[in-house]
Design a protein around this ligand. Sequence first.
Ligand code: PLP
Length: 400
Amino acid sequence: MPFLSDTLARVKPSPTIAVSTMAAELKAAGRDVIGLGAGEPDFDTPDNIKAAGKAAIDAGKTKYTAPDGIPELKQAICDKLARDNGLAYVPAQISVGTGGKQTLYNALVATLNVGDEVLIPAPYWVSYPDMVLLAGGTPVPIEATLEAGFKITPAQLEAAITPKTKWLIFNSPSNPTGAGYTWDELKGLCDVLLRHPHVWVMSDDMYEHLVFDDFEFCTPAQVEPKLYERTLTCNGVSKAYAMTGWRIGYAAGPEMLIAAMRKVQSQSTSNPCTISQWAAVEALNGAQGFIASNNEMFKRRRDLVVAALNGAEGITCATPDGAFYVYPSIAGCIGKTSAAGVKITNDEVFATALLEECGVAVVFGAAFGLSPNFRVSYATSEAALQEACKRIQAFCAGLK
Ligand code: PLP
């Protein structure tokens, strides 16, 4: 009998973490590598937030807390949801977890039975399908193409729903494409859900604050209040507040679901890090001004990368509404051969050749469920981005 579980055999390790690890190993071996794989801001956690973490340590706030969060943080989250999203929640409807990832995972573990289907627009954040598989469910991708702006249509959603559908996972702005749904586009999807009362929506709003130009963020429970009773609104402090290592995420939804998630958490991680929870209170309650200035910087980087990639032979790159990713198509490179003699048969081969021949680390599109593409995270310096794009242009120009 094999020692490892059948469930484990169904999932794969995170490819984004694998790319970052490979790039770090090559760097450690002395290679000149530019990493565009990591999904985290390249700047430090703001000082007021760090100070709140230090103050928590000094005040002895270093013990276990309630499994799904301290009351002060739950209240700060309720205030945030009212302020930013026009959503009314009370603390009993809030679950705080160890990163956005754990809250999503808790919700899936708490609700999925074998055979339950979870709709996931593709390209998707790499962890959604594997978390669904770990929780015993069946991920069902709905393909959103470059031509469709990487967004699914109401007709596609309608066609994908079956009696076994339990959740739609919705993510706008999206990792890996940066595409954001407008109010009207989201309303179209919500109208479909209204016709299928057995389907719940898990909205992953992680990139809410990272939006550009005149794009206005919106979330399902806000766009269609009739869905409030079957929506889990998920978010976290990792990306907007440069707090990826602090590990705090949260979700808001019906009390019954939040209680179920609490049960899962109480028997797994007990509670999210106490010190990080106090830092997150400050993140949500404190000054928010730096978000706008960071966005100005991200927008400059986005524009630089989109223009440079569209200048590379065989690459087409859309301009995203938010997050800090672009998801260029390499359809024009497929079938060609690199300077080192590698035939580019798919996006994984492309990404490996780009890393080995030019020292640029990107994540291949197959990992996100839509090929042939790759994902660039532009959360790095303009100088590094300029150099990386120059290398990508040279790599593509060298394809014969
Ligand atoms: N949701 C999306 C769409 C993400 O891209 C990420 C991180 O990459 C997460 C959730 C998880 O965030 P956290 O680091 O808070 O677990």
